[in-house]
Write a protein that binds this ligand. Sequence first.
Ligand SMILES: [Ca+2]
Length: 191
Amino acid sequence: MKVPRPLASLLMAPFLSPVVFAAPLTLEEAPLANPGFEDKLQSWKVRQNEPGVQVEEAAARSGNFGLRIVDESEAPEDNILITSDPIPVEPFGEYLLTFWARSENGSGVYGVGGAEIAFFDAEGNILTSIKPALPVFNTQGKWVRHILGTTAPPAAITMVIRVTSYTTSKGSIDFDDFEIGKVAEGAAAKP
Ligand SMILES: [Ca+2]
């Protein structure tokens, strides 16, 4: 599969230079539908606090639309949860998720909200008690790229991306331009 250009260029980024790979690190794009919310919420499911979920032009980093979540209180029932459609994975596959996010008014020392990856087995059971997750902090309105790497558990057949707000925080976050890819075989460093 073609390597998505933004991910490929990301891996050439200078801040990754201390990691020395035996071969150039390449990614196989995973099939994530509607990664930039140009088709509104198609291929994403709102699981909690639907009124707090908006897809609008004001939340776009690229294209016409972006995702805005608005958590108006620190009450748990106001937490927001949005889930991508399942994405097929290979056991022990190494996956890299990137997305762009910003918050102008968010509170919370542990982040306003964030994105995480959850893996599932063939029966639909979740496989990780602690999900690989990245918080989004108040960025004073500046778009910031977030990068999360993880490895699929042995029984994993699918994963989803989950976008959430946190119990301990309130405020809004804009998300756009999700990408996820599998690190190609043979990319590991040699001793
Ligand atoms: Ca977009």
